[in-house]
Design a protein around this ligand. Sequence first.
Ligand code: HEM
Length: 201
Amino acid sequence: MFSSSAPSSLIQALRAETAELHVALEKRLPFFSEHLDLSLYQRLMAAYYGFYRPLERRLHAPALGTTGLDQSPRIKLPVLRGDLVALGLDEAAIDALPTCQRLPQIDSPAAALGVSYVLEGATLGGRILRRRVAEQLGLDASSGAAFLDIYGELTGRRWKDFLQFLGDRNLGNEQMLEATRAAKATFICFESWLDSQEVLL
Ligand code: HEM
């Protein structure tokens, strides 16, 4: 009967459950550290790659296509790979990069939405990060910093569309729990992976 209250509560739940994890991770990422140099940036992007590679593969597995979200324009790995090439890694070196084994479980469409929320939300800081990396390292989209601002001018539009998509889902309590659990796990797994790769402050 009150289904109009359900859509906003999914995004509210995702925000409430992950806000602290976002703050904690943001603080530890070295983008604004005075120690950010090309070598650290390259290692950081290689570590991002090691997380996004297996996670996107799982997220976009056909069995999960049932979320109904068209993931194809949201696939980020090729851009990240392009950055690594621009930063001087050859294809063989990229293929040999370590990949994260401890990933969030994506065992339902709701969990896939929770993971997508984190990966889509991560594009929102793009403009800030793009400016920082340009100022500190002189990099732009053609020289190794395309991933950070991957949607460029489309960022706001894509995020709005994603929120609309979430808003149109009518998830029950159990599914909401699956989604928030997966979103939290994504933050936690990402932070611990980056930590293991020694790229965090
Ligand atoms: C230093 C790095 C980062 C900066 C500066 C940053 C900055 C931001 C900013 C400015 C927003 C938009 C806030 C708003 O408009 O209300 C945002 C949202 C968000 N970010 Fe980040 N972020 C960073 C890293 C990350 C990472 C690594 C992830 C996940 C892997 C992430 C996930 C999210 C999510 C999920 C949201 C959406 C929150 C919402 O529901 O509105 N961010 N971030």
